[in-house]
Design a protein around this ligand. Structure first.
Ligand code: CAA
Length: 252
């Protein structure tokens, strides 16, 4: 699939990895539909793209809400006429140890709310957006869905909720690739390692240093290194069903 004139939907497209993807694809002539829950960052992202003569429009939606997702995809198709690529990128963390014991006492556990919030956005959100986009793509007989999983899918201390969601995302990707191939729709995933974004900046500095020391390439990844992988998947029509790990040789 060529990038130019391709209608690309990016969830969480106003910041972090999503913004890097939008920048790379927008500069190559993709038509960008940016979904975000934060209206202010969406507005500023949209005007930044317009200043650079990118074709871009922001759409406010909560990807964890079924009606909100159905409405936003309808609006996108009304505006752009079709959907060629969906990048399921939006995600949150609510890190906590499963149980924390100090001096022989349980001092904290991961709360049900911390579990549920992450599952709602990172797993249910991907399901809802993927299901919606797949319908338009299947009827067009063309499209690609790229799900952003994480190297945390292999298990990571402090991320019971996030790892469960990201492993689910990788598995769901393979299922979609198998189910949707008959409609000429591909599905692939990327599992980023630790990338320099707002999300990793939120990790305690001493913990981040420990994590960085364990990365064989001795540095965090750059957002554009994930965006380049998105471009690779869009352009290579034989990639489907796989999760590409982009993590500086980190094995969790
Ligand atoms: N690797 C090894 N040990 C770890 C660890 C890790 N990633 N995270 C925590 N631990 C250990 C700590 O070293 C500590 O060990 P000791 O008791 O021996 O000192 C123990 O677990 C408890 O840790 P804290 O004292 O930090 O406990 P806390 O309750 O204050 O905080 C936490 C817990 C929020 C999980 C915090 O440790 C933390 O932020 N860890 C990092 C979690 C992480 O990797 N998040 C990734 C976010 S970025 C992302 O998710 C993007 C992506 O896709 C990869």
């Amino acid at each position: 699939m060529n990038i130019k004139d391709t209608v690309v939907v990016i969830t969480g497209g106003a910041q972090g990895l999503g913004a890097a993807m939008a920048e790379r694809l927008g500069s190559q002539g993709a038509k960008l539909a940016l979904i975000d829950i934060n209206e202010n960052s969406l507005k500023s992202a949209e005007s930044k793209h317009l200043e650079q003569n990118h074709i871009a429009k922001g759409f406010v939606a909560n990807i964890a809400d079924e009606n909100s997702v159905a409405n936003v995809f309808e609006q996108i198709v009304k505006h752009f006429g079709r959907i060629d690529a969906l990048i399921n990128n939006a995600g949150i963390t609510r890190d906590s140890l499963l149980i924390k014991i100090k001096d022989g006492k349980v001092v904290k556990t991961m709360g049900l709310q911390e579990w549920q919030q992450v599952i709602n956005v990172n797993l249910t959100g991907v399901f809802l957006c993927g299901r919606e986009a797949a319908q338009y793509m299947a009827l067009q007989q063309s499209g690609v869905i790229i799900n952003i999983s994480s190297i945390s899918k292999n298990g990571n201390v402090g991320q019971t909720n996030y790892t469960a969601a990201k492993a689910g995302v990788a598995a769901m990707t393979t299922t979609w690739a198998k189910e949707l191939a008959r409609y000429n729709v591909r599905a692939a995933a990327i599992a980023p390692g630790f990338i320099a974004t707002e999300m990793t900046q939120a990790i305690k500095p001493e913990m981040l240093e420990k994590i960085k020391a364990g990365i064989p390439l001795r540095r965090m990844g750059q957002p554009d290194e994930i965006a380049k992988t998105v471009q690779f998947i869009i352009e290579n029509d034989y990639i489907s069903g796989k999760t590409i790990e982009v993590d500086g040789a980190l094995t969790l």
